[in-house]
Design a protein around this ligand. Structure first.
Ligand code: LLP
Length: 407
């Protein structure tokens, strides 16, 4: 994998000095290129990209993504509100919550976002409350096991998400009973899905179900396009994905009798590779079995290695040449928080800056204050200029909402 010393002409060493470590750094141009790659691949269909906000929801990133022509998929009202604050309109947002109270759904309707219904009880309440007055999308569980990791697979038959395709008759009954205005069908089978054919398989489930819904405006294929986390790792072939899914979609639209929109919800594909987590080596510690590098970060900032056994490439920014050694890079959290296990890195000494790659998606958004540690700053590079888009947290942030009662 490319291990940059500079991005958009800006030296990472300089950024580490100027903003300090740990630091989340995002390459805005890479994000825009990824959006353009999807727009090109799906040029044959009316495409709407609904970026999965949960991957990285910092306001300036959302604003950049909107400027580049993408809209939003939000999973909480807070994500909806972040999107609105960053400039999206309610009409551009699809709201796909999982098992929330009806009060939240009502607030979403009030705001004006498209609600994606993921259970029969919710569909029934929706019908009782709104009848045919509020257009809605239905999330189908297609019973497809996709991707390599069950923890991030969401479309298999035992998954909590969506309404089972086997329950289509019950869906149709409710739609009929309350005259519900179903304008979209949705599925999302999971994350890290390499094989473009899986999206087609999901598509075929949607195509067949769609014939039962005469008022559709769109079909939403969800996200999950895989990016490469190492040189050996594979990525979804986006031009191929665009080609085969668009062809099948256009064919379907002919049968359906009307041109619909095709929606997709990429998260990782847009922001993963654009993100870098810069950390500093605080200790180099040899044990009888391993050579550890401790850094000023940990599972509190990047939980993916611990939560999904995810692999993130890492390199020594401060020493680019000469001998390499085998290191296990660990965080400062009082738990086993191995960020990178037994990697060849150019000799590391205290104070060196290490760069963890593919940190843009599900990095900052899954970070926490565990061990009462503070979250890093975030910097967005755009047109060769570094913009601080989020200040590093301070001790004040930890105590802001607390009431100290001294007993
Ligand atoms: N649409 C829906 C309804 C989703 O639930 C998700 C992700 C996406 C789109 C975007 O998927 P993506 O393109 O980013 O793969 N934290 C895990 C991934 C969990 C994804 C949850 N849903 C990770 O770090 O691998």
């Amino acid at each position: 994998m490319h291990k940059p010393t500079h991005i958009q002409g800006v030296a990472l060493e300089v950024l580490a000095k100027e903003f300090g470590t740990p630091l989340y750094l995002y390459d805005g141009e890479k994000i825009v290129q990824q959006i353009q790659a999807l727009q090109t691949a799906f040029a044959a269909v009316p495409l709407r990209i609904k970026y999965a906000t949960k991957a990285l929801s910092s306001l300036s990133v959302l604003s950049l993504i909107r400027n580049a022509g993408a809209e939003l998929d939000a999973v909480s009202l807070e994500e909806v509100k972040l999107g609105l604050l960053a400039g999206s309109t309610a009409a551009e947002i699809i709201y796909t919550p999982s098992g929330v109270s009806f009060a939240e759904i009502q607030e979403a309707v009030q705001i004006g976002v498209m609600v994606n219904v993921d259970s029969l009880p919710l569909l029934e309440k929706f019908g009782q409350t709104y009848g045919s007055t509020v257009p809605v999308c239905i999330r189908i569980n297609p019973h497809i096991l996709a991707g390599g990791n069950l923890k991030i697979s969401t479309g298999h038959k035992d998954s909590k998400f969506g309404i089972s395709i086997e329950q289509l008759p019950q869906i149709l009954e409710l739609v009929q009973q309350y005259q519900i205005s179903v304008v979209g069908l949705h599925l999302h089978t999971g994350s890290d899905i390499y094989d473009a054919a899986v999206f087609l398989k999901g598509g075929n489930v949607l195509f067949e179900a769609a014939m039962q819904f005469p008022d559709l405006r769109f079909l939403d294929f969800g996200g999950g396009f895989k990016v490469a986390y190492s040189s050996e790792d594979k990525a979804t072939d986006i031009p191929e994905l665009g080609r085969i899914v668009s062809a099948a979609f256009q064919e379907f639209c002919k049968t359906y009798g009307r041109q619909l929109e095709l929606w997709i919800e990429p998260g990782k594909f847009l922001v993963s590779e654009a993100g870098y987590l810069l950390v500093q080596a605080t200790v180099v510690k040899e044990t009888p079995t391993l050579n550890f590098v401790g850094v000023d970060s940990g599972l509190n900032h990047l939980i993916r290695p611990m939560m999904y056994d995810a692999y993130h490439d890492i390199y020594n920014l401060s020493n680019r040449e000469g001998a390499t050694e085998n290191y296990t890079v660990v965080g400062y959290i009082c738990e086993t928080d191995t960020l990178a296990s037994q990697r060849q890195l150019h000799t590391v000494k205290e104070g060196d800056v290490l760069v963890i790659q593919n940190a843009g998606a599900y990095g900052f958004t899954m970070s926490s204050n565990y061990n009462a540690r503070l979250r890093p700053a975030e910097v967005l590079l755009w047109k060769g200029k570094a913009h601080l888009i989020r200040k590093r947290e301070e001790f004040e942030d930890l105590i802001r909402n607390q009431e100290l009662i001294q007993w």
